[in-house]
Design a protein around this ligand. Structure first.
Ligand SMILES: [Zn+2]
Length: 248
């Protein structure tokens, strides 16, 4: 294995990465990191809330459009690649099947850092519904379980060994929207690229993009103020130690 710096972002939906960590990802790319994105769902539930045609065909069209938008956003941020696991949007559960699929991508990309959504809600200072879509929580729970212990343990999902995917120890987990935030990234130089990438998701924001832009700029400003920075993104950063010196 080379000493290339590699990060993997795991999210539920197209656009989750840009909103949660787009500025951080842009910085990593600038600093020479190889960054990949894995989107768990097909994005097919992202049509208008008041749609009348919710047929499988309509769903497929939305999914294709959103995937194209996600690829465009990833290109703007300079990602190495995007992969969709094609779980149905709106129906993600933290199943063993999802855990195994995430172990598979972690062992394949072998990142030092994995970014995930929070598996838990934060009620303080006020509950923010959009941050804790049930798919986000399910992906957060499955991803954390995939990172530890399964990705690093040959005994978990032995079928992956047969696929040539040996155990891999992730060094750090960065959790978006965690109830406790302990790390800030200065995105003052990459905020504009984050917003440009987000704008690629035209089907989601369209002519309301200016409102989202204002809200995200304000959020980045408030986070920055807390850390003496102009604009920031915040995470709960977990540094994983070497494997425990005892058996489970
Ligand atoms: Zn989402």
């Amino acid at each position: 294995m080379t000493d290339e710096k590699r990060a993997l972002v795991i999210v539920a939906h197209p656009d989750d990465m840009e909103i949660g960590c787009g500025g951080t990802v842009a910085r990593w790319v600038e600093e020479g990191w190889a960054v990949w994105l894995v989107v768990v769902t097909e994005g097919g539930g992202g049509g208008p809330d008041d749609a009348t045609d919710v047929s499988p065909e309509a769903r497929r069209r939305i999914s294709e459009l959103r995937k194209a938008e996600q690829h465009e956003a990833a290109r703007i941020l300079g990602l190495r690649g995007v992969e969709f696991l094609d779980y149905p949007d709106g129906r993600v559960e933290p199943t063993l099947e999802l855990r195994r699929d995430l172990v598979r991508v972690i062992r394949r990309y072998r990142p030092q850092i994995v970014v995930i959504p929070s598996p838990e809600r934060n009620w303080v200072p006020a509950y923010q519904v959009g941050r804790y879509h049930p798919d986000h929580l399910a992906v957060g729970q499955a991803a954390l379980a995939a990172i530890y212990p399964a990705a690093g343990n040959a005994w978990d999902f032995p079928e992956l060994l047969a696929e040539g995917l040996s155990p891999h120890h992730v060094q750090e987990v960065w959790v978006i929207n965690a109830p406790v935030l302990n790390h800030a990234v200065d995105i003052s130089t990459t905020l504009e690229r984050k917003l440009a990438a987000l704008q690629a998701h035209r089907s989601q924001f369209g002519d309301r993009f200016h409102l989202l832009k204002r809200w995200l700029r304000q959020a980045a400003l408030e986070r920055g103020v807390r850390h003496g920075l102009q604009y920031a993104e915040e995470f709960h950063r977990i540094r994983l130690r070497e494997p425990f010196p005892f058996r489970r």
